[in-house]
Write a protein of this length. Sequence first.
Length: 129
Amino acid sequence: MHRLGQLFTRVNFIYRIYGMVYKLILRILYSMDFPLEVRFGSDLRIFHYYGIVLHKKVILGNNVTIRHGVTIGERKGGVPKIDDNVDIGVGAIVLGNIIVGRGAKVGAGAIVLHDVEPNQTIIGVHVQE
C-alpha cells in the first residue's frame, strides 16, 4: 500500500486522495503515522504496528525491523538514517541528524540522540549534547 502511494506522487489529485485514505487507515486501524514520503529498502518488518511514528524524511535501509511504540523523528532540524539490518525495540525513540549503523540493535525504551556504531547494541538513555 505504501509503495503504491509513492507511485501516485507524480499525479497530484490522485496522490492527495490516496494519501488521505492511506493516513486515515493507518491512524484508525493501527494508530500509526507512516508518511508516504518515508524511503525504505527491501524487507521492512514492522511487528505490532500500534503507535509507530516516523518523520516523512526518515530513510530506512534493507532488512530493518521496527516494533510497536517506536518514534523516529526530527530533532534540531535533522532526521535519522537507519542503515541495513537494524533492529529497533519496543518504545524506542531515535531522534536527530544521526546514523544508526548497519546491524545495530536499539533496545526497548532506548532514547537515542547520537550516532550508533555498526553492530552496536544500545539500551537505556543515550543523550549527548
